[in-house]
Design a protein around this ligand. Sequence first.
Ligand SMILES: [Zn+2]
Length: 244
Amino acid sequence: MPVISPKKPYRIGRSRTGLGLFATKPIKKGAKIVRYFGPLLDSRKKKDDAVENKYLFELNGRWTIDGSVRENIARYINHACRPNAESDVMPRKRKVVIRAIKNIEPGEEINYDYGTDYFKAYLKPIGCRCAACEKKRKKKRAEARAERLRLKLKAERKALKKARQAEKAIANEPLQRKPGAQMNGHANGVKLNGQHVNGQHLNGDGGQISTRKAMSVRPGIFTRASGNASKQKSKPARDSRALA
Ligand SMILES: [Zn+2]
């Protein structure tokens, strides 16, 4: 890391994206902070034009500062969408100075806007991590959390309502069933206990069959009976063939 004179109002420190430049003394709005410097590249020279790195600072169509040199302290300054400094470009002097656009307090990270081209090429693909964008992201996450919570509570309320309705339905069911049960009881009672019914059958065909008939209110018995009837029908057909 390059050595910085203690007279300077900044130091290199850890930032959320790696290293950054931080104020060590109050910096007044409009004050020059540091020069962005490095070898000048001439786009008319093939060798210069071939240079490619993240620290190229284009002055105009012809000249570019190659800020990738170690001594260029300004290359530690990170991008921010809402910065506290700016790059003051002087193309005629082929010079760039980073200047405060706000009063900067000690401890604050110094930032400037790298510009649209850099943003599109390097920051947009990975997501800008400046304070403003992080704040925006945090807000979005909080909103998403709130929305998830709202939906969860809504679902819980719905489930509770459903459970209450089911409870009510269960509470009401026996009241609806009771009359039915009583009716069945009556029906059975009449048939089973009706002495004249049982009495008549018992006296006639065998007791067991007649009691079953008397108890059978279910349709199942009737279908079984019709099945027997069809079997009985097929019998005469075989007989007639045998005869022929
Ligand atoms: Zn940003």
